[in-house]
Design a protein around this ligand. Sequence first.
Ligand code: S3P
Length: 175
Amino acid sequence: MTARHLILVGLPGAGKTTVGRLVAEDLGWPFVDVDALIEERVGSSPPAIFADRGEAEFRKLERRSIGELIAEDRCQVIAPGGGWAAQAGALESVAERAFTVYLQTDPHVAAARTEESHHRPLLDVDGAGRETRMRELYWQRERSYDRCDAVVETDERTAAEVARKVAELARSQVG
Ligand code: S3P
């Protein structure tokens, strides 16, 4: 079976949403932000779901949403939250239907990029604590992220440059 979708993977701050929108525009495919989709369906935000129902419930909603998205026949650019690809069996579950690209980012850069955002429950710490937390996430997840179909380095590139690279890969791999 040919892959129909492109899924972007990487730490919070890797640029999954920004790059995803640009790639989708370039390819003429719909863009789906999985966190936003979950919020729309459930009626509460990911931080509220983490707080009220716990991370395990959020992961269940995330897994279900992605399962439904990849079953669709139209090609889509899909950006799940950074934790999805590190869940057991996640990458395997999309292997036949999606081409996965890891947007690689140094945790120091990712921490700086997310400094102003306060909607990430796993990064709900300030300053130096945030960078330490990002490094922990990186060490926990790196081996999973590395199992994506392709890796694109983002630290030295603008979002537009990353998007061009990802779109090129998608054109050659997805259809
Ligand atoms: C998470 C990242 C968030 C969001 C949730 C959990 C994670 O998305 O899904 O807070 O586990 O890294 P972004 O990667 O878009 O910040």
